[in-house]
Design a protein around this ligand. Sequence first.
Ligand code: ZN
Length: 156
Amino acid sequence: MATCKTCGTTLGRGNKSGFCRKHFNAAEYDPTWRERHARAVRRHYADPANLEAAKERARVNGKSPGATAARRAAALRIRLWEIGHRVLEGDEAARARAGRHRSQTVLAGIPEEQWDTYRLLVKRKHMSAAEARATCLREHETRLARIRRELMEAQS
Ligand SMILES: [Zn+2]
């Protein structure tokens, strides 16, 4: 039985690369594989017939009794009616808490007094998130430098 060329893990019968999933993903098999695979997938779905066929398969599979039963079981298992956006409707305080938490996640690392600037840059000026983040941090540094200078001058 075939084993991974790196770690010696036993491989499945259909394995063609000679690597386990971990070492295949570490690009030891072929660093260009990911790019070639992405290109092949794009080429496949560039054909409207392939795209339509995939959509139709998804529609049919989504309505199959098995899929419906699985969705229902998952909803019951995780008690879907007790979590998520729907529960927050009509509870303004909870909505505010959720919004604040989301901002803290998305804007982590950016000082709070720069949040409005960040939103302006991304939403109105159509700057990329990375650019806006860098701009906000730069502005924050400039502001801190000015405050430090003013403090030094006040002391002397
Ligand atoms: Zn391995």
